[in-house]
Each structure stands twice: as C-alpha cells, then as structure tokens.
Design a protein around this ligand. Structure first.
Ligand code: HEC
Ligand code: HEC
Ligand code: HEC
Ligand code: HEC
Ligand code: HEC
Ligand code: HEC
Ligand code: HEC
Length: 261
C-alpha cells in the first residue's frame, strides 16, 4: 500500500540535498559555468531514468540523445541516466500515475530548477534590466533548445539563426536597412546580455566602451579624438554615442550611413 500524499505546490522542495547523496552529478563535458548543487526534489518520488519517460513522451525522448544536457550522468552503483529528471525532478509518481497535476516539475513555469546548476543566472535575471523570466512572463525555453541539439540556439557559430531567435520577438531590429550596421552580423549579444544587466536595454556597457570594443579611438597631438576618421572631441561631452542627434540608428539606418535618423 502506498500512502499517497496530497500534491500541492509546497511539496516541491528545491535544494534539498539529502536524497541526492550518492547521486552526485559529474559532467562529461568541460564544466565552465555550471555548478551542481542538488537536483530538483519532489517529495516521495524517486528517480526512474529517462527510458521510463520515453514510454509516453516519445518525441522529446527520441531527439534528446544529442541535447547538451543529455550528456549529464550520475556515476556510482545506482548509476542512472538522469537526463530528463535533472530538470523535471524525480518522476516515479508522475510515471506511475501517467501524468497528473503536481507530479512533475515544468521549468516553463519555474526556472528554479535551472538555477540549481546555473546559480549565476538567477543573479543576472535579478538585475535592473532583464528579460522577465523571474516574473514568469518568459521561460528559459523561449530562448534555449533543451530537448535537442545545442542548448544555445545557433550554437554561437551560426549567427544568422542566433539573431533569428531575437527577431522572433523583436521584429524592428531585423531590417533590412539601407545602411546596415555590420555589428549586428557579430550577433545581438555583442552589445546586449540577453539575461540582464545593470544598464538600460540590457546593454553590456552604458557608455562608449560598448562601441569602442570594435571601433578604435585615437588621440592626436593637436587634441583631436579620432573615431572612424572624424574628430569626436566636441561630440563626446554630448552624451553616449547613440544619444539623439548622433548614432541613434545603432541597429541600422534608412537615411544616413553614419547611422543617424
Ligand atoms: C505513463 C505515461 C507517462 C510517463 C511514463 C511519463 N509521463 Fe510525463 N506526462 C504524461 C501525461 C499524460 C502528461 C500530460 C498530462 C499532465 O499534464 O499531467 C504528462 C506531462 C508531463 C509534463 C508537463 C507537466 C506540466 O505540468 O505541464 C512533463 C514536464 C513531463 N510529463 C515529464 C515527464 C518525465 C520527465 C517523465 C519521466 C521521468 C515522464 N513525464 C513520464 C504521461 C507520462
Ligand atoms: C543538473 C544540472 C543542470 C541543470 C538542472 C540544468 N543545467 Fe544547463 N548545463 C549544465 C551543465 C553541467 C552544462 C555544461 C557546462 C557548461 O558549458 O556550462 C550546462 C549547459 C547549459 C547551456 C549551454 C552552455 C554552453 O555554453 O553551451 C545552457 C544554455 C543551459 N545549460 C541552460 C539550462 C536551462 C535553461 C536549464 C533549466 C531548464 C538548465 N540548463 C538546467 C547543468 C545543468
Ligand atoms: C532572451 C533570450 C534568453 C533567455 C530568456 C535566457 N537565455 Fe540563456 N542565453 C541566451 C543567449 C543568446 C545565450 C548565448 C550568449 C552569448 O552567445 O554570448 C545564452 C547563454 C546561456 C548560457 C551559457 C553562457 C553563460 O552565460 O553562462 C547559460 C548557462 C544560459 N544561457 C542559461 C539560461 C537560463 C538558466 C535561463 C533561464 C533562467 C536563460 N538562459 C534564459 C539567451 C537567453
Ligand atoms: C535542461 C533541462 C531539461 C531537460 C534535461 C529536459 N527538459 Fe523537458 N522541459 C524543459 C523546459 C524548460 C520545458 C518547458 C517548455 C519550454 O519552455 O520549452 C520542458 C517541457 C517538457 C514537457 C512539457 C510539454 C511541452 O512541450 O511543453 C515535457 C513532456 C518534457 N519537457 C519532457 C522531457 C523529457 C521526456 C526529457 C528527457 C528526454 C526532458 N524533458 C528533458 C527542460 C528540460
Ligand atoms: C520570446 C520572446 C523574446 C525573445 C526570443 C527575445 N526577447 Fe527581448 N524582450 C522580450 C520581452 C517580453 C521584453 C520586455 C519588454 C518590456 O519590458 O516592455 C524584451 C525586452 C528586450 C530588450 C529591452 C527593450 C526595452 O525597450 O527596454 C532588449 C534590448 C531585448 N529584449 C533584446 C533581446 C535580444 C538581444 C534577444 C535575443 C538574444 C531577445 N531580446 C530575445 C521578449 C523576447
Ligand atoms: C552595436 C551594438 C548593438 C548591437 C549589435 C545590437 N544592439 Fe540593440 N541596442 C543597442 C543600443 C545602444 C540600444 C539603446 C538605444 C537607445 O537607447 O536609444 C539598443 C536597444 C535595443 C532594443 C530596445 C528598443 C530600441 O531600439 O531602443 C532592442 C529590442 C534591441 N536593442 C534589440 C537588438 C537585437 C534584436 C539585436 C540583434 C539584431 C541588437 N539589438 C543588436 C546596441 C546594439
Ligand atoms: C561587434 C563590433 C561592433 C560594435 C560593438 C560596434 N560597431 Fe559600429 N561598425 C562595426 C563594423 C564592422 C562597421 C563597418 C565597418 C566600419 O565602417 O568600420 C561599423 C560601422 C559603424 C558606423 C558607420 C561608419 C560609416 O560611416 O560607414 C557607425 C556610425 C558605427 N559603426 C557606430 C557604432 C556605435 C555608435 C556603436 C556602439 C553603440 C558601434 N558602432 C558598435 C562594428 C561594430
């Protein structure tokens, strides 16, 4: 006889390290940023392994083998491929019941499960300017491919598709522009951190440092400040490079090759 508890939101205990014990995750990939703390917990439930999920979630399971996270493994005597459950929590109760509210974690509604390993991301999304993931209006899954292939859309090398991700929701930066700013070919993320920053519009820097990543500035003996072949000495005190009257068309312009409106 199994004594079934009543499922409420509170039965999800995040960060409970106790049951984790031997199941410490070791990662077969180079671990750059992720820190394993503990897997998500669902009271009373056990890990059953990804194969179990495949009975009912065929499509997601079939494509999962090449997903970034499918390479996470739990070593040891009770070794299990904890792939699916590393994000969805232990699935024994969900699996036995064949679904049902409150038996499994869906990170679409709760990114806490990602923060178990990507703790730094909670910090980024808490900054003054960020995508509204913590408020539940957006999900990590809106930008990341979690069930197949590279978790980073475009894989960092296919820039067109990386930008397409952003254009899905930000049409007006797509162009085409008469005068394109070649910077966008390096990806939107050369200027924005899509998780969040302290700066307005999630910019990586709030001043000309942003632009001087790629454009060089040269001070001449006569006191000129040359950028892009023009003396900027009298321009810079006016504000940032994209201040009104300057390069406002920072994503591209229809009227002016110097990216002005
Ligand atoms: C016996 C069939 C069955 C098995 C096995 C099963 N599921 Fe499900 N699952 C369902 C059904 C049916 C639904 C849709 C109804 C619902 O939302 O509960 C569902 C829904 C889900 C959802 C969405 C829940 C939500 O609240 O939106 C997730 C996530 C999920 N399953 C993950 C898993 C994982 C991970 C495993 C393996 C540990 C698994 N499932 C095993 C039948 C199953
Ligand atoms: C059990 C721990 C764990 C959980 C849970 C987890 N991740 Fe990861 N994730 C990792 C590890 C380990 C890596 C590979 C190490 C690295 O490159 O940072 C990784 C890599 C990634 C990458 C790709 C990094 C790269 O440079 O290629 C993204 C994006 C990512 N995770 C997003 C998520 C999201 C979104 C969630 C929640 C839905 C999540 N992760 C849940 C451990 C986890
Ligand atoms: C608005 C889109 C967007 C959302 C929402 C988003 N990400 Fe990302 N994320 C990206 C992009 C784009 C990159 C690649 C960054 C780059 O190329 O510089 C990235 C990179 C990453 C990386 C690897 C590089 C790093 O910064 O460590 C991890 C891990 C990651 N995201 C986790 C998450 C988690 C966890 C969530 C949800 C809490 C999330 N992301 C939500 C767009 C997003
Ligand atoms: C790295 C974290 C991660 C892993 C690993 C993972 N998922 Fe998911 N899963 C998510 C996220 C995030 C969502 C929410 C939907 C979204 O935003 O794309 C989700 C949603 C789902 C859903 C809900 C239905 C839907 O389409 O929204 C099911 C079912 C599911 N996953 C099954 C699985 C199965 C089966 C596996 C293993 C083969 C698995 N997941 C592995 C993060 C993960
Ligand atoms: C799933 C939809 C979605 C995707 C994909 C998306 N965003 Fe957003 N973005 C939003 C939402 C929603 C806001 C918040 C708008 C608001 O607060 O008015 C936002 C806000 C922004 C802002 C601040 C806008 C402002 O006026 O303050 C910037 C910059 C931004 N996103 C850049 C990006 C970049 C770069 C990418 C690709 C890596 C991206 N977004 C992908 C939905 C998305
Ligand atoms: C060269 C740096 C740079 C690149 C590359 C860049 N942006 Fe921006 N973006 C900015 C600056 C600067 C602002 C603030 C403009 C302002 O406040 O007037 C901005 C503002 C935004 C906004 C807020 C609305 C607006 O236009 O003010 C969105 C949305 C946005 N960018 C999306 C994107 C997307 C999508 C991409 C990729 C195609 C991208 N950005 C590439 C510098 C850049
Ligand atoms: C990722 C690299 C990169 C960043 C960051 C960047 N640019 Fe550019 N920008 C370029 C490239 C490449 C060109 C085209 C070659 C050239 O003219 O130097 C260009 C061209 C321009 C031009 C047109 C020059 C002309 O007259 O043809 C202006 C104006 C400009 N950028 C302004 C800015 C401003 C303002 C910022 C900061 C918001 C910025 N750029 C950030 C790479 C970048």
């Amino acid at each position: 006889m199994i004594n079934r508890p009543r499922w409420t939101k509170n039965t999800f205990i995040f960060g409970g390290a106790a049951c984790w014990g031997l199941l410490l995750v070791s990662c077969v990939m180079v671990n750059r940023n992720a820190m394993m703390i503990a897997p998500p917990q669902i009271a009373g439930a056990k890990f059953v392994g990804s194969k179990d999920c495949a009975q009912c979630h065929e499509e997601k399971s079939a494509s999962f083998h090449d997903a970034t996270h499918s390479k996470l493994k739990a070593p040891g005597e009770n070794a299990k491929d904890i792939g699916c459950e590393s994000c969805h929590g232990p699935g024994s109760i969900h699996s036995q019941k064949g679904g049902g509210a409150g038996t499994i974690i869906n990170p679409e509604k709760n990114p806490e499960t990602c923060f178990q390993c990507h703790l730094d991301k909670r910090g980024e999304f808490s900054l003054a300017n960020s995508h509204p993931v913590l408020h539940g209006d957006m999900s990590c899954g809106d930008c990341h491919e979690l069930h197949k292939g590279d978790a980073i859309v475009g894989g960092g090398t296919k820039l067109a598709s990386a930008n397409d991700l952003c254009f899905k929701c930000h049409e007006s930066q797509r162009g085409p522009f008469v005068f394109e700013h070649e910077a966008t070919r390096d990806g939107c993320t050369s200027c924005h951190n899509p998780h969040g920053t302290m700066n307005a519009k999630m910019l990586k820097s709030r001043n000309q440092t942003l632009c001087l990543q790629c454009h060089t500035q040269q001070q001449t003996a006569s006191g000129q400040l040359m950028i892009g072949g023009r003396d900027h000495a009298s321009f810079q005190p006016r504000g940032t490079c994209w201040t009104s009257g300057c390069h406002e068309g920072v994503h591209g312009s229809h009227v002016n090759s110097s990216l002005r409106f």
